[in-house]
Structure formats: structure tokens, C-alpha cells
Design a protein around this ligand. Structure first.
Ligand SMILES: Nc1ncnc2c1ncn2[C@@H]1O[C@H](COP(=O)(O)OP(=O)(O)O)[C@@H](O)[C@H]1O
Ligand SMILES: [Mg+2]
Length: 241
């Protein structure tokens, strides 16, 4: 079943076509990958879906209702949350306080919000850092915090935008495990990632875009063998294991 369906989605910035007539679905319960070179339009697609940009054309149907034109706040209240490529945490607030900010969107009761935020910190492996200011977290932990903040909104659909950029191998493996755990708990995931072994092992399906256009779609094995994908993005040296 489609949780999200995008039809004829387009976005231009002046003369630049960032997203050109995209059509795709995100199915309930899946991990869908979105890959493509820098500047291909991946973040723009996330901005359109999450309401930070308005499409020039096209519809975005989430849980059976059109959401294009709604504000980011209205969209996140419906359970569609996203992370940002650059950390958005309040640097002088603690890890716990940052997660509570997300929780207040659903609930005004401080005790309940705190309890739920602590559960989210436990779930994301951050509970021991709860009193630490966000600015003092390691890169790995600040990425976890980005995810934790989004989870505090109790998403049905979570958009993850390059949450593994700059992480070391151990941190990448931990991030992969966390993302699997989030899906297993019932959240559908749409993920943009350049770390190939991570996106290939996580995704049920992958969409590949180049210059705003969809150039391939299918299983990780299928897209990794696609000549257009190799040419536009992966390079000849990439071999799937
Ligand atoms: N707000 C904006 N104003 C003008 N151009 C933008 C804006 N956002 C993105 N772009 C341009 O749109 C294209 C797609 O960008 P983006 O979606 O960030 O790519 P990706 O996330 O795939 O690297 C790029 O050429 C980028 O420079
Ligand atoms: Mg991007």
C-alpha cells in the first residue's frame, strides 16, 4: 500500500530544473532509497514533500490526502518527519531538551513529553548523553540526535537526508542498525545517502535521479548493475557485494 504518492512533481529555481516530473510511491513499511550525484535534486524532493518548498507542479498524496501547499508544521503533525543535512539542534540546549522540543508538537504535558523523550533517547542510544549540550556531542551522536528529534514527532514516514555523512565505519554500522530498528518498530523510511554499502544493505528499493530526472528504479542489485546509474553516479569501480 502506498503511504506516499508523488505525481508529476516539478520544481524550478529560476532557469534551473531541480525536480523534473517525478512520479513514485513510498510503500507502507518499506525502506526506500534515493540516490544520485550532488545537485541531482534529492534534498529538493525532501523539501517539497515536507512542505519547506512548494512544488511548481504535481501532487503529493500522503495517507490518502493531498499535502502539497501545507506548511512544514501541518505536515509534521500528520506524522511525516524529516532530518536536515546540516545539524539543526539548538547547540546550548541539552540532548534531552532538544528531543523534548519535538515532543511538544504533540503534547503540552511536560512530564509526559519528558518521559517520551527519555524513551526516544534510550531507543537511539543517547540516554547517557541526555544532560550534554548538543554542541558537545560527537558527530555520531549529533546525527543520532537529529534522528531522535524526528522520532519524537512519532512519524509514520521518516525522511532521512544524508545522516551518515562524515561518520566513521563503526558509526555507519551503528546508524544502519538504528535505521533498521526504526523500520522494525513500524516507521516507513525514505532515505538519501551517499554511503553506498549502507544504502545498498538498507533499502528494499532504490530510486536514482540525475539532473532532477528519475533514471532508474528497482532493487539495490538491479540499480547497481544499471548502465545509466553507473555512468551518472556509481562509476565503473563500484561492485556490489
Ligand atoms: N533554494 C534554492 N534556490 C536555488 N537553487 C537551489 C535551491 N535549492 C537547491 N537548488 C539547486 O537545485 C539543484 C538541486 O539541489 P539539491 O536538491 O540540494 O541536490 P542534492 O540534494 O541532490 O545534492 C542544485 O543545482 C542546487 O544548486
Ligand atoms: Mg542534498
Amino acid at each position: 500500500m502506498a503511504l506516499l504518492e508523488v505525481q508529476k512533481l516539478s520544481k524550478h529555481f529560476g532557469g534551473l530544473t531541480a525536480v523534473a516530473n517525478n512520479n513514485f510511491v513510498v510503500n507502507q513499511g518499506e525502506i526506500l532509497g534515493l540516490i544520485g550525484p550532488n545537485g541531482a535534486g534529492k534534498t529538493t524532493i525532501f523539501n517539497l514533500i515536507s512542505g519547506f518548498l512548494r512544488p511548481d507542479q504535481g501532487t503529493i498524496v500522503y495517507k490518502g490526502k493531498e499535502i502539497q501547499g501545507l506548511t512544514p508544521h501541518e505536515i509534521s503533525r500528520r506524522g511525516l518527519m524529516r532530518t536536515f543535512q546540516t545539524a539543526q539542534a539548538f547547540p546550548y540546549m541539552t540532548t534531552l531538551q532538544n528531543v523534548m522540543v519535538g515532543g511538544f508538537m504533540h503534547d503540552r504535558n511536560r512530564k509526559r513529553v519528558e518521559k517520551s523523550a527519555l524513551e526516544t533517547l534510550e531507543f537511539t542510544g543517547l540516554v547517557e548523553q541526555k544532560e550534554k549540550k548538543a554542541e558537545n556531542l560527537t558527530i555520531g551522536d549529533s546525527r543520532r540526535l537529529e534522528i531522535a528529534k524526528a522520532l519524537a514527532g512519532r512519524p509514520s514516514l521518516l525522511l532521512l537526508d544524508e545522516v551518515m555523512a562524515g561518520l566513521n565505519e563503526t558509526e555507519i554500522a551503528e546508524a544502519v542498525e538504528l535505521i533498521k530498528k526504526i523500520r522494525d518498530r513500524g516507521t516507513t523510511i525514505f532515505i538519501v545517502e551517499h554511503v553506498m554499502q549502507a544504502i545498498m544493505s538498507l533499502s528494499d528499493r532504490i530510486i536514482v535521479i540525475n539532473y532532477g530526472r528519475q533514471i532508474a528504479e528497482g532493487s539495490p542489485e538491479k540499480v547497481a548493475k544499471d548502465n545509466r546509474v553507473i555512468e551518472a553516479y556509481l562509476g565503473e569501480e563500484y561492485v556490489i557485494e
